[in-house]
Design a protein around this ligand. Structure first.
Ligand SMILES: Nc1nc2c(ncn2[C@@H]2O[C@H](COP(=O)(O)OP(=O)(O)OP(=O)(O)O)[C@@H](O)[C@H]2O)c(=O)[nH]1
Ligand SMILES: [Mg+2]
Length: 318
């Protein structure tokens, strides 16, 4: 463990990749590393990038990375892919098409499957963000496909959330209906080269006019990710949002607390799930799931109090 962590702290990208695998596989070493590194987090600007499938999120991310690098900042991109319920595996595909930037030390790309049984972003996504933040990237950009709970969770994880829409009323009305607009700090109408872009921008502006919170009026920006048009403005808008929020102590505190609570909740669920898996064989006679659940929780609590766990004796070698 120490060897890996030392190399990580030295800026070794291979150690970073290793550690992310530990996080993805939820190994005990990952938990230990996250504890060790918690103090080093909080300096990256964590940006959530979400929106419906095919809206152009990856194309936008690609252009975003290119232009961010021109300004000298370092950036990590974490693409969260939904797990296919049929295959049980990730549909990793070609979500990140940034191969031309793989030689750049200031860029780090990672794909990860979201496979949390409880819905929403997995604990691993939270852990990975922490690790990338602790590694020292200026920006951590997280791409998730808009799938309800993921979008709500990304709001807990990111400092700034940008929601990507495309021309056509359908999308914006759907987003309004789903209440998804509320999580957005910045709205992006991508594919502004396609017909209907102006109208979509107008509609979205109408909507956000009524929902101004915390002194930040949610801006609506039209971009063409495939040519890079409008991305410069988008980058400076995101920086503005970061400046605004980092000046508001209450805002920062809330964000930090939310992140912490979510992380704790996920850890608790995981521990309980593991306990239940280990002890599944018992209690064949129960018929009421609520009663059974209560029984399981009680057994879990009892087990924890009896066997005061010591943190880390049996790590696999890293
Ligand atoms: N015309 C036009 N097409 C675009 C633009 N940006 C992206 N596209 C195209 O839209 C399609 C989807 O782009 P992606 O970047 O893969 O979209 P995505 O949101 O990442 O898709 P998923 O990750 O599958 O949800 C691709 O064919 C892109 O070339 C744009 O600004 N204008
Ligand atoms: Mg994509």
């Amino acid at each position: 463990m120490n060897g890996l962590l030392d190399r990580f702290l030295d800026g070794d990208r291979q150690a970073l990749a290793r550690l992310l695998s530990h996080v993805e596989n939820e190994t005990p070493l990952a938990d230990e590393a996250m504890q060790e590194l918690a103090d080093r987090t909080g300096s990256a600007h964590v940006i959530g990038l979400t929106g419906p499938p095919g809206a152009g999120k990856s194309t936008l991310a690609n252009e975003f990375v290119r232009q961010t690098r021109n300004s000298g900042k370092t950036i990590a991109v974490l693409a969260i892919d939904p797990t296919s319920p049929i295959s049980g595996g990730a549909t990793l595909g070609d979500r990140i098409r940034m191969l031309d930037m793989q030689d750049d030390d200031g860029v780090f790309l990672r794909s990860m499957a979201s496979r949390e049984q409880t819905g929403g972003l997995s604990l691993a996504a939270f852990g990975a963000t922490m690790i990338l933040d602790a590694f020292g990237f200026d920006i951590v950009l997280i791409e998730t496909v808009g799938a309800g709970q993921d979008e709500v969770d990304i709001a807990r994880l990111a400092d700034t959330v940008m929601l990507v829409q495309t021309p056509g009323m359908g999308d914006s009305i759907q987003a309004v209906k789903a209440g998804i607009l509320e999580i957005a700090d910045v709205l992006v109408v991508n594919k502004a080269d396609q017909p209907g872009a102006d109208e979509t921008v107008r509609t979205l502006r109408e909507h956000v006019r009524q929902s101004t919170t915390s002194g930040w009026r949610v801006p609506v920006l039209a971009v063409i990710s495939s040519t890079g048009q409008g991305i410069e403005d988008l980058i400076s808008t995101l920086e503005q949002h970061q400046r605004m929020t980092s000046q508001q102590v209450a805002f920062e505190e809330t964000r930090r607390r939310q992140r912490l609570h979510y992380h704790a909740r996920m850890l608790a669920i995981r521990e309980l799930a593991r306990h239940i898996e280990r002890n599944q064989a018992g209690n064949p006679g129960w018929s009421d799931p609520h009663q059974l659940a209560e029984e399981m929780i009680n057994a879990f609590v009892q087990d924890r109090t009896e066997t005061k766990p010591t943190s880390s004796a049996d790590h696999p070698a890293d």
